[in-house]
Write a protein that binds this ligand. Structure first.
Ligand code: FES
Length: 353
């Protein structure tokens, strides 16, 4: 049998498939090489240089996210040289903007902060760079704080490669570099569709959910997994719940059908759940108005009226409309009720086409 190609990582050999990067082989085998710019299922950009590893016979450190494994390669992931490089990279990233962790609402779920803790980097080596661009929050969904942007490009890949919206890209050059929408217009004036994929991909707090800002800290509340009810795709989402209120929605990564992605409705359209105008009790029409009723009274009335219509005007005088916003099971029960009880096949659904 032909021997499979393998690389040695931190002294142990690991077989790999052709085309796999060092990072991918390491990940698959539970070896943690830190990353910042790497975004799964997109082409590596090698922008952040935090995943640098020592490769035997190479003259410089190499980016594990971009370098394909080759047979016989020997790699060190946490050698003194590697750690020194990562520490310097983190110092430079911290000084590239205003990463004021004490007041930052992203503290606790910031990848940059996490790596600074891991490598003991305090950000005291270099002075922080004053902000070059004013924060933007001229839309109801996404806030952009350019002083916290490390230009890793994950948001650009999330927008262009994952969602294929092509709404944002790198703009300007050198010290003036900035992630821009259209010709550096506010997001609301660009072709951004506010799916929020960029916010979910941001490893710092440069992109924030506006509706959740200052409402919840990462370790507060509980996360409830659910299925989005806006359409029949069945996207998996996390509801971030505090004091019995949904304060944020994020996509569940690593599982289908959406693999972490959501649309604008799924991610931001949850206000209706706790809206004060929402009906909490059945209403029965009386004359020009409505009066509150109990469920028993309302259901009895509906059963009586539908029964009368079926018996006097015939079953086909009744039509039943269901909704994509309820579960398949609920829709099944509705059509069963229409066919078995009302005796009509007049059943339709807003997502039928
Ligand atoms: Fe490899 Fe950023 S994760 S260069």
């Amino acid at each position: 049998m032909e021997k499979k190609a393998s690389i040695t990582i931190d002294g142990r050999p690991y077989p790999f498939d052709e085309g796999e990067t060092i990072l991918s082989v390491a990940k698959r085998n539970g070896i943690d090489i830190p990353t910042l710019c790497h975004l799964a299922k997109t082409t590596p950009t090698g922008a952040c240089r935090i995943c640098m590893v020592e490769v035997e016979k190479a003259r410089t450190l190499m980016a594990a996210c971009a370098l394909p494994a080759t047979d016989g390669m020997v790699v060190l992931t946490e050698s003194p040289k590697v750690v020194k490089s990562r520490r310097m990279t983190l110092e430079l990233l911290l000084s590239s903007g205003q990463h004021d962790c004490v007041t930052c609402t992203g503290a606790g779920e910031c990848r940059l902060q996490e790596l600074c803790m891991r490598y003991g980097v305090t950000g005291k080596k270099f002075a922080p760079t004053p902000p070059r661009y004013t924060p933007e929050s001229e839309n109801p969904f996404i806030m952009r704080n350019f002083a916290k942007c490390i230009l890793c490009g994950r948001c650009v890949q999330a927008c262009n490669d994952v969602q294929v919206n092509n709404a944002i890209s790198f703009g300007y050059r050198g010290k003036k570099s900035k992630i821009v929408a259209a010709e550096d217009l506010p997001l609301k004036d660009s072709q951004c569709v506010f799916c929020g994929e960029c916010v979910q991909a941001c490893p710092t707090n440069a992109l924030m959910y506006k509706n959740a800002n200052l409402k919840i800290r990462p370790w507060e509340g509980e996360k409830v997994r659910t299925t989005c009810s806006y359409c029949g795709v069945g996207c998996q989402m996390w509801l971030h719940v505090l004091d019995n209120r949904i304060v944020k929605v994020t996509g569940v990564t690593g599982v289908g059908p959406n693999h972490g992605s959501l649309c604008v409705k799924g991610r931001f359209g949850y206000d209706f759940v706790g809206h004060p105008d929402r009906l909490t009790t059945p209403l029965i029409r009386e004359g020009e108005g409505f009066r509150e009723a109990s469920w028993d009274e309302a259901l009895d009335l509906v059963a009586k009226r539908l029964g009368n219509i079926r018996d006097t005007a015939g079953p086909d005088s009744i039509g039943v409309l269901t909704s994509a916003r309820v579960t398949n099971e609920a829709n099944y029960v509705v059509q069963k009720f229409a066919r078995a009880v009302l005796k009509t096949n007049n059943v339709d659904h807003c997502a039928r086409l």
